[in-house]
Design a protein around this ligand. Structure first.
Ligand code: ADP
Length: 444
């Protein structure tokens, strides 16, 4: 999809948009890694497709069943893991099987993929051999560092195993032989280390991990580099690929780099509007929307609320106006670094602020389960100005499992926004009632 946009991009403005989209995918992923400090719950079942349907399907309910080295088991428990996550129940026995099996696994962020492949890499290493044996590639410098941290943490009691970072800035001389058994890096540097610089001997790699495949293919050049690295590895090398989403493009890529794969998929929890009370408020402009918001402010801050604006500018303006009124609000905005965003989301999750003002781009994919009020200060729309139903559902929908009652208020200030509201009503076949902000008994 992105490649198409790249082909037709003519103006510098379009280019900056494209770069922004790409960065956003990687930033989003990093943000998710940073804020998922515990497993994401899911009631969905894992789908498993075995390469050899006749071989028995193993799944484990405990880490002991995996017969891990004591040092590794200690590391796992030290991280606070009591039992394998849903995806790990099936993925771990496959990854640790003899002979090694290839795997393509897809599940949303926070379901335990990274922990799974890190454990697999650590288990496969022979620490007496002082050369690179496991190779993991990630789409960006930051994502590589993040995964490196997990390797270091899980391998804490296994100090004989060493880790090297193949990332920009980490300069090694041509022909210098790497002693570390595990290498994590970005595709460009890893490729250089394997080919031009001959720091890694790709023929000695026995486990190859491709993390965040969906982000990887959204970045120009990464796909080719990943394929070139994969081509240098021995046939019997175990190939593992992980992705949070699975569009056709990811699938095509996965099939090219992982021969004869086993496949594990875990669907996202379905979202529904069934337990949400939806309203709209009629205003004439932005200022009136602000006044209406102030009128309902007391009612909405009984719980935690998220307020969505269409642009960073409106979000910034709104947060400033609310602050002027004496309200304590947090602002999550696109110009912030990922670290800043992670801090703000963490504070909000801990309830330090009750209201979070944000834009859509910024908050896509972030789940804050305790939020029960959503204000659409601007309604979600696509680039053609039509209702963006998917985003609407994702902003206010609840998953079956966390199906607390929720409240959504949509601010309408034009014929156009009324039109979008009508499209949303029609799409979900659910009526959205008008809210009288002078009489709030209804929502309280
Ligand atoms: P993903 O790679 O799918 O985004 P992670 O492996 O990063 O998921 O796991 C998400 C969070 O859950 C991390 O904070 C991780 O430490 C934790 N986690 C992973 N596996 C387990 C487990 N079996 N038990 C408890 N917590 C886990």
């Amino acid at each position: 999809q992105l490649d198409c946009i790249v082909c037709v991009a003519k103006t510098s403005e379009t280019w900056s948009k494209i770069i922004y989209i790409k960065e956003d995918k990687a930033a989003q992923s990093l943000l998710n890694k940073m804020i998922h400090t515990s497993l994401v719950n899911t009631t969905n079942q894992v789908e498993v497709l075995q390469r050899d349907p006749n071989s028995p399907l193993y799944s484990v309910k405990t880490f002991e069943e995996l017969r891990l080295k004591d040092k590794l088991l200690k590391g796992v428990y030290d991280m606070g893991f009591n039992r394998p996550s849903k995806i790990q129940e099936n993925a771990l026995p496959m990854m640790l099987a003899e002979p090694p099996q290839n795997l393509i696994a897809q599940s949303q962020s926070g379901t335990g993929k990274t922990a799974a492949f890190v454990l697999a890499m650590l288990s496969h290493v022979d620490p007496t051999n002082k050369w690179a044996q496991c190779l993991c590639i990630a789409p960006t410098y930051e994502l590589a560092l993040q995964t490196g941290k997990v390797i270091e943490q899980m391998g804490k009691f296994y100090p004989e195993v060493k880790l090297a970072y193949a990332i920009r800035g980490n300069k090694l001389d041509r022909g210098a032989k790497l002693q570390e058994q595990i290498v994590i890096g970005t595709p460009g540097t890893v490729l250089d280390w394997c080919s031009k610089l001959k720091i890694i001997n790709p023929k000695k790699i026995s486990v190859f991990v491709l993390d965040e495949a969906d982000v990887m293919i959204a970045t120009q050049g990464h796909q080719d580099q990943s394929i070139r690295i994969q081509r240098m590895l021995p046939k019997e090398c175990q190939m593992l690929l992980f992705s949070a989403t699975f569009e056709d493009s990811v699938w095509k890529f996965a099939e090219r780099v992982v021969p004869d794969p086993n496949i594990i998929k875990l669907k996202r929890e379905e979202e529904t509007l069934d337990t949400i009370k939806q309203y709209y408020v009629l205003c004439s402009d932005k200022e009136e929307k602000f006044t209406a918001l102030c009128n309902i402010y007391g009612a909405i801050t009984i719980a935690q609320a998220m307020i969505f604006c269409h642009t960073r500018r409106t979000a910034g303006w709104l947060a400033a106006e609310l602050t002027k009124e004496g309200h304590v609000v947090a602002l999550l905005s696109g110009e912030m670094t990922v670290e800043q965003r992670a801090t703000i989301i963490e504070r909000f999750r801990e309830g330090k602020e009750k209201v979070l003002v944000t834009t859509n781009v910024c908050s896509r994919g972030i789940d804050v389960e305790q939020v029960s009020v959503v204000i659409n200060f601007d309604l979600p729309m696509d680039k053609d100005g039509n209702a963006d139903n998917e985003t609407y559902l994702h902003r206010i929908g609840r998953t079956g499992r966390f199906g607390k009652r929720g409240l959504a208020v949509n601010m309408i200030d034009s014929k156009h926004s009324m039109n979008i509201l009508n499209q949303i009503e029609e799409h979900f076949n659910k009526k959205i009632n008008k809210l009288d902000t002078d009489d709030l008994d209804e929502i309280e």
